[in-house]
Design a protein around this ligand. Sequence first.
Ligand code: 13P
Length: 250
Amino acid sequence: MRRKVIAGNWKMNKLPNEAINFIDKLIPLVKNSEAEVILCVPYIDIFYSTLTAQKTNIKIGAQNMHYEETGAYTGEVSPSMLKSVGIEYVIIGHSERRTYYNETDEDVNKKIKSAFANGLKPIVCVGETLEQREANKTEEIITNQTEKALEGLTTEQVQNTIIAYEPIWAIGTGKTATSEDANNSIKAIRNKISQIYGQNVSDRVIIQYGGSVKSTNCKELFNMSDIDGGLVGGASLNPEEFAKIVNYDK
Ligand code: 13P
């Protein structure tokens, strides 16, 4: 049985004092969760967030990283820097980074390898645009992105990669993929992993859904056979709303 993993992605929101207040409120609300609870916070909030979440079941993640360890990369943050402040998870290849900062599948692959080399667990985003969906290319796009992201990883690393299927047209738009559609896309990703790495591995890979997940639609989504939780943007900015999503099964 795969466990559910429910991660918030705050994107470019919340100052450190707001992060601390949020986590203080969230701690009692999710303390009995069976799902893994992760908050991916802005760099500036990481230190305060890991301190506040210490000794709780809330894990802190980052939203991006560079693949190099050190060097002349002004403004960037390395995986060992993230590790040193208590980060366990890191989002890689979010569609906003692919779109606004031209991150390629090759960058994504390098970052995933570098994350593992530094003891971080990557949450790797894949997803199609509306145009691609309307041209019936969803499956081709997301399975290609998955294949390229995982290229050269060991089977153990693949097994420990979390994939987030986030259809780009559903992000921040209030439009959610139907649970059947989301489940089918995730099944296609799982089949691709099975073809390359074997069914044992594909059965174990956590694949989340992301895109306008809310307390009102999460239960239906998370109860689908292949959806192992969610990567939640807007609805993760309010502790009560995010807690309802984490506690979708209660
Ligand atoms: P929304 O939940 O705001 O649609 O964002 C999804 C997302 O991009 C999470 O990474």
